[in-house]
Design a protein around this ligand. Sequence first.
Ligand SMILES: Nc1ncnc2c1ncn2[C@@H]1O[C@H](COP(=O)(O)OP(=O)(O)OP(=O)(O)O)[C@@H](O)[C@H]1O
Ligand SMILES: O=P(O)(O)OC[C@H]1O[C@H](OP(=O)(O)OP(=O)(O)O)[C@H](O)[C@@H]1O
Ligand SMILES: O=C(O)c1cccnc1
Length: 491
Amino acid sequence: MDNIQSTYKNSMALLTDFYEITMAYGFWKNEMHQQKAAFNLFFRNNPFSGGFSIACGLEYVVDFLNHFSFTDSDIDYLASLNGNDGKPLFEKGFLDYLQHMTFECDVEAIPEGTIVFPNEPLIKVKGPLLQCQLIESALLNFINFQTLIATKAARISIAAKGDPVMEFGLRRAQGIDGSLSASRASFIGGCAGTSNVLAGKKFNIPVLGTHAHSWVQAFEDELKAFDAFANTLPNNTIFLVDTYNTPRGIDKAIEITKKMETRGHKINGIRLDSGDLAYFSQLARGKLREAGLSHVKIVASNDLDEHLVASLKDQEAEIDSWGIGTKLVTAYDQPALGGVYKLSAIENKNGEWENRIKLSEQSIKINIPGLQQVKRFYKDGKMAGDMIFDERTDLSGTVRMIDPADPTRSKKLNKEELTCEDLLKPVFCKGQCVYEKESIQKLQERTSAQLNLLDKTIKRFANPHRYPVGLEEGLYQRRLDLILKYKQESE
Ligand SMILES: Nc1ncnc2c1ncn2[C@@H]1O[C@H](COP(=O)(O)OP(=O)(O)OP(=O)(O)O)[C@@H](O)[C@H]1O
Ligand SMILES: O=P(O)(O)OC[C@H]1O[C@H](OP(=O)(O)OP(=O)(O)O)[C@H](O)[C@@H]1O
Ligand SMILES: O=C(O)c1cccnc1
């Protein structure tokens, strides 16, 4: 399999916002570039008004960091940038520093396919301030998009109740990587495969598909079109039956299917792409049953999303498999996940970590300080709650976690009594990659296994319950003290 970096011929170190470079220059000039800092990547709200999200995009992060260096041409480009006085913006010493810099950070991340919730650090980066800062924009780009799409795919898969979902998004996706990384994330979220052949090759995802209306239009009549298609691919045939008249299309598909079966071939199915999908699928199922072709599958497509799939299930539509493009790969109803990357601690001259926050009018938007980790607790085989804590805290005995949005909500937990695990796992140690690549099938299996651990009230689409995520009581108090301190200082 190609690595992700190979999609782009050049280094990706410049895949950053300009302000990251100007800040890096500032850190270097102020001799702060080697000062240790800790940053967390997290989002504040689940997308699609849902109750959960699926972490995705880490492999892009790992690939990006493994190749994180400035090429000669990157340096030449930065050297060519001038300020408003017409002179070069950056000193040569800084550019030399960038050119010879090697990645030195510690990175921890929640594995792809894990269910995650607002405010939890999906990625924690600890290391030289300059390096932590430079990688912000790329990390957000990878994680925000793929987490969004994996979550959408998981929602669609939940609605489809185990039926295969084919991702058909290439033609409507936002550009090249908008299609490729969407195919990857859709598979991790639960799709059975993609129509995007490059994504199939690149990520080892099954490639799936039917045929277009143009196939039928290209022949004199529909029967001849179906006959020719079946004979071309007798072991990979799904007929699109709605080009002219759906009931008649179904009859013709049945005629050719019977003919092919007498020759020992199994036709996979028919596809409906317009009209009332519940009505036509029931009509098709009846006709197939009558023809002794109950094993032939019915595929539906046409601007579907999780809500329409759920509605069609409620209508007892006889649909076995779903083709979903636009609304999946563009995350149509919420085109971005608002993940952010915030500095949470910085090492002082004595080598001690100092907690940091960023104030906001809305207290829920004030970030969590410290060196965070997330502990997930399980009870009776289900996920029971996640606690964000500082990695330096002793958690023996009973601990209390407090909901930062509503401090009256708290929960006592004992890690000796409940099963629990730390979600953030080491990915880079002092710049050395310790991440063990997992197959994309394994990542998909993780999503599915995790969804089984989540209560159905949290998975429902309308007004889902809020999964308990809290701050360890000491961390809650430290955050509150910092908020009060900075608020008083700014008065
Ligand atoms: N039984 C149904 N219940 C709810 N929504 C449906 C049902 N059948 C189809 N839909 C959805 O309704 C929307 C519009 O369907 P419609 O058949 O009008 O599509 P269309 O694109 O206008 O068709 P055509 O290609 O014939 O112009 C699509 O998103 C489709 O998935
Ligand atoms: O509706 P989506 O969820 O985006 O799924 C992809 C759509 O793309 C195709 O339509 P298109 O009209 O582009 O080509 P076709 O002639 O093959 O139907 C396909 O028939 C689906 O309707
Ligand atoms: O194979 C299909 O049926 C397909 C592929 C891409 C888009 N729409 C449909």
